[in-house]
Write a protein that binds this ligand. Structure first.
Ligand code: GDD
Ligand code: MN
Length: 432
């Protein structure tokens, strides 16, 4: 019998504790589950020793092989006491369907097809949310994580470890065929993590590992907020992890399909580190304010502002020292290019969610005009404030402090007015 697909849970990314694991599932089942009752269509209510998540995106060439190998190993170790949960993000190559067809031969395999959400880390947590295992694990589908190591990890958790991590950087571990650049990037990311977040990153030898298992009770409860690929960081950072075991493994080369890692994952990694580091302090501070301030959006806006400063400086340098133009003329041109630069990034990133609802070139041009005007007004405000601070409050010696405060005030003003005017959705949508 082919198993029906699991319905992806919605709501916060939070792993339930053992007792509640099977209860809330019934409510997430949609009637479209081919007329099956909630009990039949979702994970088994009985608790199991081990649930292993296999996240996939375009892995149709690998699923049959990995499922066969894992089943063989686990059947010899804990027969009948485990499940494999493949979480596919609606792959264009229909990996989910290939996997669902396998459930006929592998009754311990369950398949989730996610259509709303995307991303490796959230896929893993969604899988854990429907899992009934006491130990929760994850392994890549592409056979780059050698399945044999699984039993060592499992044994370590059965022996009492809260977390067991497959590592490339302990005895028996390594990478097979990586270029110097890739090794450097991988290690560089780790060093950076050690500097920003030593308490989390320093606890394991391979913090980038996507091959590990963790005791449910060590991570049940807290809201997880993983970005990108590095879910292990989130597990260590938010969980309550005591003993950690590690087992060496050699990262294999891919035989089928391709990696989904792009430069975007590196950027996401930096954001993740920063968030783990502040551990919600920024968010808590924002909650204390008497009004609701869009902190995340402001951070994006401020980063874009920094990029604008670089553009401004660069152009000023090129025009004055390079081409010999006069100061004022050069500055006006540089500032205008910086404003357009900032507009572009704010429009496609900072306010992307709002831009989406006002498509078309003419509305984009209108936003640019508004943004430009507000920024120029901001410049005037900046000069005024600088004069006030300089002449009335701080005096000669503190002119840079005066300017810093003036810039900060104007940045918030610019942000707020642009948020409320330039990007505000003015077209009322026709609700169906
Ligand atoms: N559901 C889902 N959604 N799965 C995804 C997604 C996604 O958006 N992106 C990738 N995957 C799946 C892939 O299909 C694969 O099974 C696994 O996640 C790892 O993706 P790869 O793209 O093959 O990653 P990698 O080989 O570059 O990185 C591996 O090594 C890192 C260590 O350097 C992964 O194991 C990482 O987890 C690990 O950190
Ligand atoms: Mn891979």
């Amino acid at each position: 019998m082919i198993h029906p697909l699991l319905s992806p849970p919605s709501g916060p990314l939070q792993v339930p504790s053992a007792d509640s694991a099977s209860a809330p599932l019934a409510s997430t089942v949609t009637p479209s589950d081919a007329g099956l009752s909630a009990e039949q269509s979702q994970a088994s209510p009985r608790s199991l020793k081990f649930s292993l998540i296999i996240p996939t995106y375009n892995e149709r060439g690998n699923v049959a092989k990995i499922v066969a190998q894992l089943t063989h190993l686990l059947d010899g170790f804990i027969p009948g006491d485990y499940e494999l949960i493949l979480v596919d993000d609606d792959s264009p190559d229909r990996t989910w369907q290939v996997a669902q067809d396998l459930t006929e031969d592998y009754p311990q395999l369950r398949v989730m097809r996610r259509q709303g959400e995307r991303g490796l880390s959230s896929a893993v947590i969604r899988g854990w949310q429907v899992a009934s295992g006491e130990i929760l694990g994850v392994i890549d589908a592409d056979l780059q994580h050698p399945p044999e190591v699984l039993l060592k990890l499992l044994q370590a958790t059965l022996d009492g470890a809260d977390l067991a991590v497959a590592s490339r950087h302990v005895e028996g571990g390594g990478v097979s065929d990586w270029s110097v650049v890739r090794r450097f990037l991988s290690r560089g990311a780790q060093v950076l993590g050690l500097i920003v977040c030593p308490a989390v990153v320093g606890r394991v030898s391979d913090p980038m590992s996507g091959y590990f298992m963790v005791r449910r009770k060590a991570i049940a409860g807290p809201h997880m907020n993983p970005v990108g690929y590095k879910i292990l960081l989130e597990v260590i950072g938010r969980g309550n992890i005591g003993d950690i075991a590690e087992a060496g493994y050699v990262f294999q080369e891919r035989e089928s399909g391709e990696s989904k890692v792009t430069w975007k994952q590196y950027i996401e990694y930096l954001g993740h580190l920063a968030r783990l580091r502040s551990r919600g302090r920024v968010a808590r501070l924002a909650q204390k304010l008497p009004f609701k301030f869009p902190t995340q959006r402001f951070i994006r806006y401020a980063l874009v502002g920094l990029s604008g400063m670089v553009v401004d400086m660069l152009i000023l340098y090129l025009l004055i020292d390079g081409a010999g133009f006069a100061l004022t003329r050069s500055k006006i041109f540089a500032a205008e290019v910086a404003i357009i630069n900032n507009f572009f990034w704010n429009d496609t990133w900072t306010f992307a969610d709002m831009t989406m609802r006002q498509a078309g070139w003419s509305s984009r041009f209108k936003r640019l005009l508004k943004f430009n005007t507000i920024c120029l007004a901001g410049l005037v405000l900046n000069v005024l404030l600088l004069n006030v601070f300089f002449n009335l409050i701080f005096g000669q010696n503190l002119k840079y402090l005066a300017n810093l405060i003036a810039i900060s005030v104007v940045a918030v003003w610019n942000f707020w007015i642009n948020f409320k005017l330039s990007w505000r959705v003015t077209v009322v949508e026709n609700s169906p």
